[in-house]
Structure formats: C-alpha cells, structure tokens
Design a protein around this ligand. Structure first.
Ligand code: CA
Length: 225
C-alpha cells in the first residue's frame, strides 16, 4: 500500500516518512503542490497526507486536484488550529484533520482509522485460504499465526492477494511496493518474492506463489474464502 505525503517542512516530512515506512507503508513525498500533482499522476495512492501551507499554493485548493475525481482519502496536516480552518478543511472534503505538532502514534492511528472506514476498499481485510492480511495494520497471518515480513514482502503479498487468481505484472508489483525515491536494484523484487515464499512455507502456508514466466506472479484462488 502506497501513501503520498505532501509537506514542505523537511524535518517534519522526514519524521512522518520514517514513521510511515517503519509502520510498513511505501511513501512518496512531495514538498510542493506542483510536485504533489506530478506524483499523484505517477502512482496510485491509498491515502494522502496533506499540509495546508505549501510554498506554491494552498493545500485545500490542491485537495480536489489530487483526488482527480476519485475518492482517495485525505488527512490534512496543519499548524492552523483555529476552528474556522478545521471546518474549511472538512468542508473541503478532507477525511480527517491533524493539528501540528504531529504526534506520530496519533498520525498512524488516524491513518489506519481512515483506511478502515467503510467504503474504503483499499483498507478492507484480505483473505485467501489460510492467509489473512490487514492492509491498514500492515500485518498478515497464516491460520491466525502472525507472519514476520518486511515492508516489501508484505507489499508483494498484499498485491498478490488483491489480485488472487490473476497474474500481477512486475511493473504493478514494483509500483505498489516501492516509493519513487527507494533505491531498487534489478533483482530486488525477485529477492523479496523468494523471501516471501520461504516465510510462507515456513509458516505451513499451502498457497503457492506461481511465477508465470515473462508475465508476472500470482496466487491461485483457494476453496476457502
Ligand atoms: Ca507547510
């Protein structure tokens, strides 16, 4: 699951990126409105965290442009804590509002809550045979036993579970799992997939990751949900 952070204050942006990555999300970071529009064009994001005071524009004006008519959830981050601004943010279509200084545990909790809201498909629990994956909590289990996976391994598993029964291309997996400023070595995806395979086998998971040569990877559908 890939998120977009729009924040121009470098220390805060770095702290939020670190916290989100540590929690298992892939994060793209924009420090201007123009950059945010560019990034939202390049990748699909499950959630946008949006600062209101940007050097080249007002975040509230940017919000509908970033959504591009879709329904990506948006959490507004701002130092302006007056009631009027909060209401403007919510009226402007934000799903939640965080007043700076940002407390990271609060930010993570609110991000999970927004992702889990009914109607938000990207946050819905995924199940396939013995496998279950909670996209908002960034955790997965086999028959109820937690799997220990890296951010990338979990990201690969998430995309394969979302598409179970269909082949997922290399490009789609890379887009979902790597943020734009991640350094991606040529074999990084294969390495993550082979670690994921080993973790699934070690957990006694019978669902195989099938490689379709030259096309991509898939998890076959299971009789159980
Ligand atoms: Ca700002």
């Amino acid at each position: 699951m890939r998120l977009l952070l729009v924040e121009d204050h470098p220390p805060l942006a770095e702290a939020v990126c670190d916290a989100l990555r540590h929690a298992g999300f892939a994060v793209d970071h924009a420090s201007t409105a123009a950059q945010a529009l560019e990034l939202s064009d390049l990748a699909e994001h499950a959630l946008i965290l949006l600062d209101l005071g940007l050097p080249d524009g007002d975040g509230l004006r940017l919000l509908p442009l970033l959504r591009r008519g879709g329904r990506v959830p948006v959490i507004v981050l701002t130092a302006r804590d007056q009631l009027a601004d909060r209401l403007a943010g919510l009226d402007g279509g934000a799903d939640d509002y965080i007043v700076k200084p940002v407390e990271m545990p609060e930010l993570l909790a609110r991000a999970r809550a927004v992702l889990r809201r009914p109607g938000n498909r990207s946050g819905t629990m995924l199940r396939l045979g013995p496998l279950a994956l909670d996209p908002a909590a960034r955790s997965a289990t086999v028959d109820g036993t937690p799997l220990v996976l890296s951010r990338r391994e979990l990201g690969v598993l998430e995309q394969l579970m979302r598409a179970s029964g269909r082949v997922v291309s290399r490009q789609m997996l890379e887009e979902a799992v790597y943020a734009l400023d991640d350094e991606v070595s040529p074999n990084a995806l294969e390495a993550a997939i082979s670690r994921l395979r080993r973790a699934l086998e070690a957990a006694g998971c019978t669902v195989p990751i099938v490689n379709v040569r030259g096309v991509g990877w898939m998890l076959p559908r299971q009789d159980r949900p």
